[in-house]
Each structure stands twice: as C-alpha cells, then as structure tokens.
Design a protein around this ligand. Structure first.
Ligand code: 13P
Length: 336
C-alpha cells in the first residue's frame, strides 16, 4: 500500500467521514449573515473551533477540510488549528483552488482556478500540517450544459492539481460537482455526471495520478431542485451506484459525497441507502459542509458563548452520518 493510499484510507475508513469546513470568507459570510452573526475572522474561528473540539471528532471525523484563513489561525488555547484537529486523531486538509470563475467563451459555465503557484502553496500547507487537499469544479446542467469545453477544461485542471498534490505527499480530493440547480431529471443528472466523472478519470490517468491515493467527491444523482418530478431516496441510491460503478476505476479507495444543498436528513438517508445497497468495493462516506454544520450553526447563533448545545448538535449529525456509512441509520434514531 502506498503512503497516499494509507492516508486516504485513514480519512474515510471505519465509519469516518470528512467535515468540509472550507467555506471561503465570502461563503461563510453568507452563512453567518443568514443567522444574524457578524462575519469576522474571530467569529469564523470561534464557530469552527467549537466544531473541531467536539467529542465526535474522535470517532466520526477522519479529516477536516480547511480554508486558508483557518489553517493559519490559532485557537483560544494557543494551539494551531491543524494541531487541534490532529489531537482528535483526524487529519487536517486544505482547499487549494481559488474559486470557480467565468469560463471564457461560455455564457454561464465556470472554470476553477488556482494552478499558478500551486506547487509552492502546497509545500507551505504541508508544513502547516495538511495531509490532504481539495479542488472543486462546478458544472451547470441543462440540455446544453455541461458543455464539452467545461467538461474538458475542468477535468484538465483537476488532473494537474491532483498530480501536484500527490507530488507534495498529500491526498487530493477530486471534486467534480454537477449542481442540483435546474428542472432536469435524475436521468439527465445520471448521464451528465457519468460523463463528467469519466472525463476526469481520463485526465487523471493521462497525468499519471496514482488513483489509489485519491478520494473522489461527487454529487449524488438527484432530480433538479426545480423539477416537478421527485424520484424516491431508493432510486437516488440506485442511480448513484449505477453512475459510480460505470465511471470510477476500481483502484480508487473511496468516495466521499458532497451534500450540495440537500437537507441534513436527506443527505444522511441517501448515504444510508447507498451503503445498504453498496455492492462495490468502494468505501462510500460523507464530505459534507452544510449537511454537517447547518443545525449546529443555527444553535450557535442563539448564544455564541454556549458551546455545549452547539457541540451536542454537531455530535448528533456526525453520529447519524457515520451510521449511514454502515447502512445502519434510521429515521427513529434522529429523535433519540
Ligand atoms: P456541501 O456539503 O455543503 O455541498 O459542501 C461540500 C463542499 O465541500 C463543497 O465544495
């Protein structure tokens, strides 16, 4: 087993998943403003420190993805944030893309940037304690999109990023996210997501990326959020498995889904059903942002000085997600 493969497995094995706490300052400001908390570096740190020192970090969180601001911050106990995360046994990770920008010659599509100077930034992040990285590509979906251009350029950038991350001894999370916005059907999502993922792997292979040392972070197969038809959670699980079975090479150790705007319960239930039916050798786990943090953030905003209720809320969500990685979640457990 390569060192990268060992790191990947450490992050996602034994019922553990990833806490995606790498919201950029812009995104975090939106989240904090929505619950009437001022978005300052201190407040962003306070909330994140509460999560990172929660009990569930030990059992249910194998890795935390950080944003550049956070990885450089110091906790109220004068620890570095990577040290705080590592003290629970989880690995610190870092988002290294610099965001999705308008793709030239395409009206609505995006290309993720951040390759310039990436090698040097990766070295700095490794020294700060990061052992894995993330790069997110986003794809619009309708009858015209994603275009061949968006699929090709984003796959190319993801592969160049992944090769550089591995060169610097860090596991790349490869995140091609087909958005849920729109009135498309789940079958369209299945076809387009399969094509996007397959093209990503073609580029990863071309760039000689060690596939046993990456984690794939895809969307689940869902109807568009404006679609009148809604398939069942069972169908979401079946279609998601169908997509991954035909698109992901067997060397890849695991798949950690994004929540992408699903509610906390929906994201948990779908992951649970995926694992109840998982007849692949891939580990299927979570790398959730909103679906792990939403209720905890709401709780915290009621009284930012009280960390107990916030941690209890986060611990519960992390435990439910962890049960879902084993196909052992049920609705009744949500109310216990
Ligand atoms: P969500 O789970 O909120 O979609 O966030 C995951 C993520 O890391 C998006 O890049």
């Amino acid at each position: 087993m390569s060192e990268l493969n060992q790191i990947a497995n450490k992050i996602i094995s034994n019922g553990k998943g990833i806490l995606a706490a790498d919201e950029s300052n812009g995104t975090m400001t939106k989240r904090l403003t929505a619950v009437n908390v001022e978005s300052t570096p201190e407040n962003r740190l306070k909330f994140r420190e509460i999560l990172f020192s929660s009990e569930s970090m030990k059992e249910h969180i194998g890795g935390v993805i950080l944003y550049d601001e956070t990885i450089n911050q110091t906790t109220s106990f004068e620890n570095s944030i990577p040290d705080l995360i590592a003290s629970s046994g989880a690995l610190p990770g870092i988002k290294v893309d610099t965001g999705a920008k308008n793709l030239a010659n395409s009206k609505v599509e995006k290309i993720t940037e951040g390759l310039d100077g990436l090698r040097e930034r990766l070295k700095k992040y490794y020294e700060l304690g990061a052992r894995f990285t993330k790069w997110r590509a986003v794809y619009s979906i309708n009858d015209k999109y994603p275009s061949n251009l968006a699929i090709h350029t984003n796959a190319h950038a993801l592969a160049r990023y992944a090769a550089l991350a591995q060169e610097n001894k860090m596991v790349p999370i490869v995140e091609p996210e087909v958005l849920m916005d729109g009135d498309h059907s789940a079958d369209e999502c299945l076809n387009k997501t399969s094509e996007v993922i397959q093209r990503c792997f073609e580029e990863l292979i071309l760039h000689k990326v060690d596939l046993s040392g990456i984690i794939l972070k895809p969307n689940m197969i869902l109807d568009g959020n404006k679609s009148k038809i809604k398939i069942s959670n069972e169908e979401v699980a079946q279609k998601t498995l169908e997509c991954l079975k035909k698109s992901v090479p067997s060397e890849v150790p695991g798949i950690a889904f994004l929540s992408g705007g699903q509610s906390e319960i929906e994201a948990t239930e779908n992951l649970d059903l995926i694992n109840k039916h998982n007849n692949t050798k891939f580990i299927m786990t979570y790398s959730y942002g909103r679906a792990l943090q939403q209720s905890a953030l709401k709780e915290w905003s009621k009284n930012t000085k009280d960390k107990v209720l916030t941690q209890n809320t986060f611990n519960h969500r992390a435990k439910m997600c962890s049960l879902a990685t084993k196909g052992k979640w049920s609705k009744e457990l949500e109310n216990k």
